[in-house]
Design a protein around this ligand. Structure first.
Ligand SMILES: C[S@@+](CC[C@H](N)C(=O)[O-])C[C@H]1O[C@@H](n2cnc3c(N)ncnc32)[C@H](O)[C@@H]1O
Length: 279
């Protein structure tokens, strides 16, 4: 996983759905046919929580940068206009909050109320120990969204906005739909789900060496944490199967600087807003 400094928007340089690959990149992907053994795949799945907890033990709060782009990219996170300020402020549930790089800038910029969860206890402890953690504005708790009952911590159908920022990609593809369905238990029927995640042919996907492939577009990093790289078609199908409809979904293309290697590299993300489908 790499945390890179973002420098500029791309204005259509990569013209296809995600981006055009060079002949070398196409060869690299075509040659990477060997899938990690079933034994190891099961081990990575069983140890997913432990591996993320060890990630935060090693990196503490120093790995991810604060996400200051969120209100620019997601208008729903902007407070209601002043004339409507008599309205109760919106409630957000930040899933897979890590150490709070999404949560804390928003606590500062808005009046929203936040629930935040992560299945790494260490990450949640970092959030709660942060001087900016304000119990009157947020509640952080440990929870695995693929199996835990969210209503133990959040009243049913009480949340306006659920955010998944680089989180769905860390979940095994077979469990993504059930995890998304779980989120519907706490989301208001007119609420929305906001996602930003890794996109197909992102620079980081092309960097995996042989021996890291778990399934199509799903890889394991050196530290045992995993990442799925989404096409908009796959993400929209997952959402559909979980009972959501697409309000907006697109690729976000950025160029970032890898300071270590002095390289300017193409980052591809998927970003979308989804609503609960009327049944
Ligand atoms: C790439 S990090 C992103 C952290 C944070 N959202 C951010 O943008 O800085 C992915 C996070 O998802 C959490 N996560 C992965 N699977 C999860 C699950 N099943 N339930 C809850 N959290 C999970 C990990 O512990 C990790 O903190």
């Amino acid at each position: 996983m790499e945390e890179l400094g973002e420098v500029s928007d791309d204005h259509g340089e990569w013209s296809t759905s995600a981006r055009c690959l060079s002949p070398e990149e196409i060869t690299k992907l075509k040659n990477d046919v060997n899938i990690v053994t079933e034994f190891k795949r099961n081990k990575f799945e069983k140890e997913a929580k432990k591996n993320w907890d060890l990630f935060y033990k090693r990196n503490t709060t120093k790995f991810f940068k604060d996400r200051h782009w969120t209100t620019r990219e997601f208008q729903d996170l902007i407070d209601e206009p002043e004339q409507e300020s008599h309205k109760k402020s919106k409630t957000v549930f930040e899933v897979g909050c890590g150490v709070g790089n999404f949560l804390f800038p928003l606590l500062n910029e808005t009046n929203l109320f936040f629930y935040a969860c992560d299945f790494s206890k260490r990450a949640v402890d970092f959030v709660k120990e942060n001087a900016k953690y304000d119990e009157s504005r947020c509640k952080a708790f440990v929870c695995d969204i693929t199996e835990d009952d969210l209503t133990e911590n959040i009243p049913p159908h009480s949340v306006d906005i659920v955010t998944l920022i680089f989180v769905l990609s860390a979940i095994h593809p077979d469990k993504m739909v059930s995890a998304l369905k779980n989120l519907k238990t706490i989301l208001k029927t007119d609420g929305c789900l906001l996602i930003r995640d890794y996109g197909l042919y992102d620079y980081a996907m092309l960097r995996f060496s042989p021996g890291h492939k778990l399934a199509d577009n799903f890889y394991v990093r050196q530290d045992g944490t995993r990442a799925y790289y989404f096409s908009t078609a796959v993400l929209s199908l997952l959402m559909e199967n979980a009972g959501f409809q697409v309000s907006h979904l697109d690729y976000v293309k950025r160029e970032t600087i890898n300071k270590k290697e002095g390289l300017c590299v193409p980052r591809i993300f998927v970003q979308g807003k989804f609503l609960i489908k009327n049944s």
